[in-house]
Design a protein around this ligand. Structure first.
Ligand SMILES: Nc1ncnc2c1ncn2[C@@H]1O[C@H](COP(=O)(O)OP(=O)(O)OP(=O)(O)O)[C@@H](O)[C@H]1O
Ligand SMILES: [Mg+2]
Length: 310
């Protein structure tokens, strides 16, 4: 759905984004992660046709941002990291204004605005002045605004910034709903845990350079393949006999006891775990459970940024 091709962007002599290439599949929720100043906003502004790349191209739904910016603007919804709102305007009026700006037929406007307020849970506060909204409500209103023209692609620059935990959960649920409607969503953040439960693919950027991009499950499997799986074993009674058995088996290393759990690395793919369990049982280990230590975005991040941060 989105292809970023060798994109470079400099501000005077400063390279904000350098030779950036990655792609995002239709229906993905793509987490764009990186520290402050990494180039996330710059890249998203280029996707949104607000900034031209110096080199390279960005293609959305088969259309180049350089060739047909007008067409791109109709298929994307962009939520900037900084939002200006008007004073003395009610939520409902604000959304109706944008519906009109997007040339939605007058007869359809009211129904559409009602629908969007329902999705973003703004119906109850529809008559509130937008200037008096709390941060969370304001974020919801901005998201509502990006939905007015029913874009296929949502480009959201730090939509969760400043939200309380409850509002973050609500945002996550809302994005999952939008994903079910077939939308492709790009969401930036420098907080990994925020993206972990939300995204199925990720791009990690630092100082304008892409460090890694792809599906989270595939990157995890790849990293696991190289470093072995980290497993957790629990047994009945003393762990010592089980540790002795483990140490006698091939492809096993780093055996450690942590309270009633034994952790170790197994240099075999996941498919071999059943065989390992059978072997442990055959050798009389009173096994309660054998689990893979859950890995997430933070592990990916630590792995790919290893040695990069000075
Ligand atoms: N208009 C501009 N003129 C000069 N430098 C700019 C401009 N816009 C961005 N930059 C620089 O480009 C770099 C990347 O900025 P960008 O806003 O894309 O980072 P970011 O990843 O969005 O960071 P943050 O997490 O703080 O939002 C920064 O060093 C920034 O100072
Ligand atoms: Mg930014």
């Amino acid at each position: 759905m989105i292809e970023v091709k060798h994109v470079c962007k400099a501000f005077k002599q400063f390279r904000a984004v350098w030779d950036l290439s990655f792609s995002i599949a239709q229906g993905d929720i793509f987490g764009f992660v990186g520290p402050n100043g990494a180039g996330k906003t710059t890249t998203m502004r280029m996707m949104a046709t607000l900034l031209d790349p110096d080199y390279g191209d960005l293609v959305i739904d088969g259309i180049s941002v350089l060739d047909e910016p007008e067409t791109i603007r109709r298929i994307i919804g962009y939520m900037p990291d900084y939002i200006g709102v008007y004073e003395g305007v009610e939520i409902e009026e604000y959304l109706e204004f944008f519906a009109a700006a997007y040339r939605i037929a007058p007869a359809r406007r009211k129904g559409l605005v009602d629908e969007i307020m329902e999705i973003t849970e703004l119906t109850d506060v529809r008559h509130k002045d937008v200037a008096t909204l709390s941060k969370g409500m304001r974020q919801r209103l901005c998201l509502a605004k990006t939905l007015v023209h029913d874009p296929k692609v949502l480009i959201l620059d730090e939509p969760a910034a400043g939200l309380d935990p409850r509002a973050r959960i609500e945002l996550r649920l809302l994005l999952k709903e939008l994903q079910k409607l077939g939308k492709t969503i790009i969401i930036s953040s420098h907080i990994l845990t925020e993206l972990s439960d939300m995204c199925n693919s990720v791009g990690i950027i630092e100082r304008g350079l892409l460090l890694k991009a792809g599906r989270i499950d595939e990157i995890l499997a790849e990293q696991r393949g190289a470093a072995g799986q980290k497993l957790k074993l629990r047994v009945m009674g003393s762990p010592d006999p089980a540790v002795a058995v483990l140490k006698s088996l091939p492809d096993i290393g780093g055996v450690e006891i942590e309270r009633d759990t034994i952790t170790f690395t197994f240099l075999q793919p996941e498919a071999s775990n059943a065989g390992l369990m059978r072997e442990l049982l055959n050798r009389g280990v009173p096994l309660v459970s054998l689990q893979q230590e859950s890995k997430n975005l933070e592990d990916i991040f630590l792995n790919v940024t290893k040695g990069v941060i000075a």
